[in-house]
Write a protein that binds this ligand. Structure first.
Ligand code: BT5
Length: 257
């Protein structure tokens, strides 16, 4: 059973912190399920696989949510659930055009607007009731100018403002993401991922596309077919179905591929 407590019901706000994900990984055992940790600035924001998340201060939204009591079997789909929630909230505020690029980016017109980092700290036996927990970190570029991304050598990054022309308010975006996260997370806990799958497919920038898969230091071209039951990307490569569990899948026409 997922523990009681509303998503974002307990909220900690830091002017500056290393990483909101790291904070929750270190302190999550003492905090209630649903705790949200926000930071105006991260000095050591993290992406997957040791990569960094570039931060320019309060013109971007950075926060992490603590998830307690979710079974280990459900963990692999947490990035997809988060992706659906973030994508829906951005569409609700700014209109169509936001898509989910497998596994964890939200893109708009080929620019990466948001990155999602889900991590877990497993307790003694499993996450369930054993002190383990998960952390969902969300970084959304709100109004940085393109010159900021250029200075970080991120030509494929963009902000909500540079891509849609609308200047977003951090508090409004935060509340909307939390609202969708609460809704979609509860659906996921009760009924699994299947009720969210249609929405995921509709919003996917990857499924049905030609992809360049980078896994085990090998690059292979293929077609992305579907999302597997554990969040893996099922691709058709040289006539064979191949499951991509980690690594990268670049989509033709996105990020300059
Ligand atoms: C991600 O990793 O995209 C996950 C980013 C998660 C950030 C949030 S912020 C709150 C919480 N606290 C943290 O410390 N992290 C989470 P990945 O798929 O590995 O992508 C990382 C790559 O995205 C980098 O190597 C860059 O190429 C690119 N990148 C870095 N900063 C970016 C930015 N601000 N906007 C767009 N792309 C960026």
């Amino acid at each position: 059973m997922v523990e009681k407590g509303k998503i974002g019901g307990n909220r900690l706000h830091f002017a500056e912190i290393g990483s909101t994900n790291t904070y929750l990984k270190e302190n999550g055992d003492k905090l209630p399920h649903g705790t949200a940790v926000l930071a105006d600035r991260q000095t050591a924001g993290r992406g997957r696989l040791g990569r960094s998340w570039e931060d320019s201060g309060s013109d971007a939204l950075k926060f992490s949510v603590l998830i307690k009591g979710l079974g280990t079997d459900k963990l692999p789909l947490l990035p997809a659930v988060t992706g659906v929630a973030v994508c829906s909230s951005l569409i609700s505020l700014f209109g169509e055009g936001f898509l989910i690029k497998w596994p964890n980016d939200i893109v708009y017109n080929g620019k990466k607007i948001c990155g999602i980092l889900c991590e877990s700290r497993v307790g003694q036996s499993s996450l369930q009731g054993s002190g383990g927990f998960a952390v969902c970190g969300i970084g959304i570029n709100l109004s940085q100018p393109q010159s900021f991304f250029d200075s970080c050598q991120l030509p494929h990054a963009g902000s909500v403002e540079t891509t849609t022309g609308v200047k977003p308010e951090a508090a409004v975006v935060y509340e909307e993401v939390i609202r969708y996260f609460e809704k979609d997370f509860n659906i996921f806990c009760r009924e699994g991922f299947s009720p969210l799958l249609e929405e995921y497919k509709r919003r996917s920038a990857t499924l049905g596309k030609e992809v360049l898969v980078l896994a085990d230091s090998r690059e292979q071209r293929g077609k992305a077919l579907e999302l597997g039951a554990d969040g893996q990307l099922i691709c058709l490569i040289d006539g064979q179905k191949v499951e991509i569990t980690s690594g990268e899948a670049s989509v033709r026409g996105l990020y300059g591929m």
